[in-house]
Structure formats: C-alpha cells, structure tokens
Design a binder for this molecule. Structure first.
Ligand SMILES: Cc1cc2nc3c(=O)[nH]c(=O)nc-3n(C[C@H](O)[C@H](O)[C@H](O)COP(=O)(O)OP(=O)(O)OC[C@H]3O[C@@H](n4cnc5c(N)ncnc54)[C@H](O)[C@@H]3O)c2cc1C
Length: 407
C-alpha cells in the first residue's frame, strides 16, 4: 500500500532515518525533512546493545551494521580512585546465546551511513536537507509541515524525530526547556597508537570516580579509540559540541588515580557538551503527529541506550502503523502505548546510574563496589534481561526465534 501523500519525518538522525526505513518497509512513502545542510553524525563512538542488533535484523541491515562494529569482550568497571577492577560483565558466547545478539561499539558516522544507504536505496524514501520544520497544521486527513523557509510540505502524518530541542515536541507536549543536568561531557577520538598500550582493552571501559568518570573503547576496526570523559560540575547552561583545550578537560580529574588521568592526556580536539534530559511523559501524540527518539524521551547516556531506544521506537512505529492501515492515528496511539513505559524506565534508570554507579564518593562508592563485585555473570544477565532480551521491547518478536548470533 502506498499513500498518496507521504508520511513526513522531521529529523534525519539515527532515529528519523530508522523510522523512515521501518515505515517504508511496511509500504508507506516517506519524506525526511532534515534541518542541517547534509545528513550525518558527529565524529564519535556509540555502544550498541543486542536490542540494537534486533532492530538491524528486522530492517534488513544487520549484516552491514555488523561489518562496521567492533565486538568487545566485556563491559569493564574500574575504580578511578584505587586503580582497580570493580567488575566485568562478559559479552562472549553465553551473553550472545542469552540475548540472541552481540554487544558492540561502532563509529556514529558508520552507523548513520549504514541506515542512510538503506534509505537511499529505498524508492519509497525521499530525503531533503536544509529543511527545518518549525511548526505544523493538521486536519482530519492530512498534516502540513511548515519549514523555516516558509515552505509548506503536505503529508498524511508527521513523525517528530527532531532530537532534544524538538520543535514538534514544543507543540505536542509543551513542557518547556529540557532539564540541564549539570554534567559536562568531553569527547575525543584518537588513533589507536596514541592510546597507551596497557590500556588498549577490548572492552567498553568505565573508570568511575567521585563526580566524574572516563569511558574508552576501540572503534573502526581498532583504528581509533573513543574517549568520553564526564565531570559533574553543575554547569548551568546547555552547550553542544564546543571546542575546548586539554587543561579544561583535566580540571575535573585532579583527584583520580594517575592511570585514569593519563588517559585524558592522550586526547586531542576535545569537544564539550553539557548534557540535558527530561522527565518521562506519556503525551507523545497529537492526532496525526507523533514523537520518536530523543524528541520523545531524551535521556542521560549512562545506560548507553538513547539511540538504541530511538531505533526500537522506529520498528515499533512501523509495526503499529502497518497494523492499522485505515487509521494512522490509531497506529500512532498503539505505538505510544507500546513504547512509553519502557523508555520511561530507561530515562529514569539512566539518571539513577549516574548517581549510584558512575559518580559516587566515599562510603557510597564502597557500597557500589561491594554490590557490583558480588554479582556473577548470570546475575548480571538476569538484571539486564528486561532491556536486551525480552519480547516486550516493542521491536518485534523475541530475537532468539530468528538468530543465534555467532560472531
Ligand atoms: C555523550 C553521549 C553518549 C551517548 N552514548 C550512547 C550510546 O553509547 N548508545 C546509545 O544508544 N545512545 C547513546 N547516546 C544517545 C544518542 O546519541 C541519542 O539518543 C540519539 O542520537 C538520538 O537520536 P535521534 O535521531 O532521536 O536525535 P538526534 O540524533 O538529535 O537527531 C535529530 C536530527 O534532527 C535534526 N533536526 C533538529 N531539529 C530539526 C527540525 N526542527 N526539523 C528538521 N530536522 C531537525 C537534527 O539536525 C538531527 O539530524 C549518547 C548521547 C550522549 C550525549
């Protein structure tokens, strides 16, 4: 079935493009309206849980995504004060067998590129850049997206995948500005040879310290390392992608062990973000308009799930719309019902992880270490089953029915 008018998607990030692909695969013409002058992603890494690979498999891009990914052996938690391992979650065969897919890390540009290529190859998808959606109007049968240029673009429905600062959300939810967390994140990608040899671990490593942490993992076939360091310095204003010098990055890490601090000294071309999120809401829909990804549920990065959730949303949206061919509003309502509590849980738990796992101090940190050290791999797998493994993720059937990952 192809509608006369396309479904409009505001935003060509990971969420918007995945939504376009998912809707097109169920037979809908889609037009993506992206604000930027080119489609792309920032130069940094991203972690992908098995739930992301369930999505790729559903959308027919699993093999291409796997070809770009680095399959790490473990999630490793280090104490940034004592320079010692707290715990390690193995990601080998037992993990893959349990969750039906691997855990991996990937360059954002590579991930976005895989999804973009699939969109470009789909004749039902039209991609437009330099097209910021500033507002919309709707009647009982259609939606009009109003662009910053004044142009009016007609569609059968509108998906707001326009990120943290979503214009579409302003109309649908109207809940003001995002919450400024006060956590400042600095990102750098360095060639592998610049990473100290004794730290070139095949793991997503987190060094947790009081009000600060450092994350590193290999990228792009081990050609580079992704460094992400965060300092809870109560920064009052949102900032995105500002260049900063090494001294500024070092400032929040005076108190951590030498080895953890030395990682930062190897970074270069640091960029700064002051992170924001929002409280969960259930109001994602206004008739023929619906939200997806960060526009619907912006979250802290501490579960490494924002993009994974956006991609799960996309598959759930495609499924829900396909199941309600006569009334797209009803499909949107089913999609929201299926997604909003799961994403609310990830939003709230991400905040909780920042406070109780990433940034505690003193007795609070000792308690974290004690609790986390005591868990066996099986206990860890039980604890994350709800996130990676179940059939309730809105991204389709249980993955084990389709794939026993063997990478
Ligand atoms: C430090 C950090 C680390 C992270 N690590 C991970 C991780 O390891 N794993 C993970 O899954 N997630 C991670 N995330 C979260 C992830 O980056 C986001 O959740 C994800 O990128 C959201 O995708 P999106 O498409 O919804 O929004 P965005 O990526 O923000 O894309 C929105 C798009 O819409 C465009 N746009 C904006 N406004 C308009 C408009 N009005 N009209 C048209 N276009 C518009 C933008 O230009 C952009 O292209 C991390 C986030 C941070 C900050």
């Amino acid at each position: 079935m192809t509608d006369t008018l396309p479904i409009l998607v505001a935003g060509g990030g990971i969420g918007g493009l995945t939504a376009a692909l998912s809707l097109a695969r169920s037979g809908h013409a889609v037009q993506v309206l992206e604000k930027a002058s080119r489609l792309g992603e920032i130069g940094a890494g991203i972690q992908l849980g098995p739930n992301a690979f369930h999505v790729f498999d559903r959308l027919g891009i699993g093999e291409r995504a796997r070809a770009m990914a680095v399959f790490i052996d473990s999630l490793l938690l280090m104490d940034a004060m004592e320079d010692g391992e707290i715990c390690r979650i193995p990601l080998g065969q037992d993990f893959r067998a349990r969750f039906g897919n691997p855990y991996a890390v990937i360059h954002r540009g590579d991930l976005h590129g895989v999804i973009l290529q699939a969109c470009e190859a789909n004749p039902l998808i039209r991609l437009r850049t330099s097209s910021e959606v500033v507002d919309y109007e709707q009647d009982s049968g259609s939606v009009t997206a109003i662009l910053a240029s004044g142009e009016r673009v007609h569609g059968t429905a509108l998906v707001g995948a326009d990120g943290l600062w979503s214009n579409i959300r302003r109309r649908v939810v109207n809940d003001g500005m995002p919450r400024v967390s006060g956590h400042t994140t600095y990102r750098s990608v360095i060639p592998t040879e610049m990473m100290p040899e004794d730290l070139r671990w095949n793991a997503a490593t987190l060094w947790a310290g009081p009000k600060c942490h450092i994350v590193h993992y290999p990228l792009s076939g081990w050609k580079s390392f992704n460094l992400v360091v965060t300092y809870h310095n109560d920064a009052p204003e949102p900032v995105a992608g500002k260049s900063v010098d090494q001294e500024e990055v070092m400032r929040g890490f005076e108190h951590v062990c030498d080895r953890a601090r030395s990682i930062i000294s190897h970074g270069r071309d640091w960029k700064l973000w002051v992170l924001c999120d929002r409280d969960p809401v259930q109001q994602w829909q206004d008739g023929r308009v619906v939200l997806l990804g960060d526009a619907a549920h912006p979250m802290m990065q501490y579960m490494a799930q924002g993009a994974c959730m956006a991609m799960e949303d996309a598959v759930a949206l495609g499924d829900a719309v396909a199941a309600q061919p006569a009334r797209i509003e009803d499909g949107f309502a089913d999609y929201v019902a299926r997604r909003c509590l799961r994403t609310a849980r990830v939003q709230l738990q991400s905040r909780w992880m920042g406070e109780h796992v990433y940034h505690p101090d003193g007795a609070h940190a000792a308690l974290r270490n004690g609790i986390m050290r005591a868990k066996s791999p099986e206990q860890w797998y039980d604890a994350i089953e709800w996130l990676y493994g179940g059939a309730q993720n809105g991204a389709g059937e249980h993955p084990m029915a389709r794939r026993q990952a063997a990478e």
